[in-house]
Design a protein. Structure first.
Length: 213
C-alpha cells in the first residue's frame, strides 16, 4: 500500500502562558485600547487571568453590545503592540524539539485569534505542525481529536477540560493562572512546574514509566 506512515503520536499545546509569556504584549495592546476608547480597564487584573476567550474578558469592561466591535479593534491593534514584547517560556522550544526527535508532531490549539497566534510563533521561531485558534475549553477537544492528539499540555483548567473532551492525557503546567491544586482538581493527569520538565517526562511517558504526578 502507498502513502506515508502516520506519526507515532501527536501532542497538543495551549499557547498563552503555556508556550509563551504574552502578558507584557497583551498589557501593551490593552493600553492602546484604553488610549483609544477611554475605557477604564484594570490591565493587571486582565493579564493575571489569561486563558478564556477575549470576549469573556471584554464583557467586564464594555457594554455587551459594544464587545464584538471592541474585540475586532483589539485584534487589529494586537500585531503592532503585542508581538514584540512577548517571549517564549522556558522549555517551549525544547519541548517541540523533543516531540519531533521522537518522531511525533506538535499542534497548538488556543483560544487566541489564529492569525495573531501565528504571528507570535513565527516571531519566536517556534514551529508547530499546525496552529488552530479561537477554541476554548471543551471546544479544543474537537481540534485535538481531529489531529489525533493523545496528550494536551496547558496551564488552565479550561485546557484540562479540552483534553478530557478529546480523551487525551491532560498535562498541566503551573506557569499560568491556575496552580497545581486547581489543575489537579479539574482532572489533570500530570502536573509539571514548567516546560523545562516536559522532555524528560515525555521520554518516561513513551517508555511507559512516567507517573501521574
Amino acid at each position: 500500500m502507498g502513502g506515508s506512515t502516520p506519526p507515532a503520536f501527536v501532542v497538543g499545546f495551549d499557547l498563552d502562558m503555556t508556550l509563551i509569556d504574552s502578558r507584557p504584549g497583551i498589557g501593551a495592546a490593552y493600553e492602546a485600547l484604553v488610549e483609544e476608547t477611554g475605557a477604564r480597564i484594570d490591565i493587571d487584573l486582565v493579564i493575571s487571568r489569561l486563558g478564556p476567550p477575549l470576549e469573556e474578558e471584554l464583557i467586564n469592561w464594555f457594554p455587551a453590545d459594544r464587545v464584538p466591535g471592541i474585540a475586532d479593534r483589539y485584534r487589529e491593534l494586537y500585531p503592532q503592540y503585542a508581538i514584540e514584547p512577548t517571549r517564549a517560556l522556558d522549555g517551549a522550544r525544547e519541548s517541540i524539539a523533543a516531540i519531533r526527535a521522537a518522531g511525533g508532531k506538535a499542534v497548538v490549539v488556543t483560544a487566541k485569534y489564529q492569525p495573531n497566534a501565528e504571528l507570535h510563533l513565527a516571531h519566536l521561531g517556534i514551529e508547530p505542525d499546525a496552529i488552530i485558534g479561537s477554541l476554548w475549553a471543551e471546544a479544543k477537544g474537537e481540534a485535538l481529536r481531529e489531529h489525533g492528539a493523545s496528550v494536551y499540555v496547558g496551564d488552565h483548567t479550561g485546557d484540562v477540560r479540552g483534553a478530557r473532551t478529546a480523551g487525551a492525557l491532560s498535562v498541566g503546567v503551573t506557569t499560568g493562572p491556575c496552580d497545581a491544586e486547581e489543575l489537579r482538581a479539574a482532572g489533570a493527569d500530570v502536573i509539571l512546574g514548567d516546560l523545562t520538565e516536559f522532555p524528560a517526562w515525555l521520554d518516561a511517558h513513551r517508555a511507559g514509566a512516567a507517573p501521574a504526578l
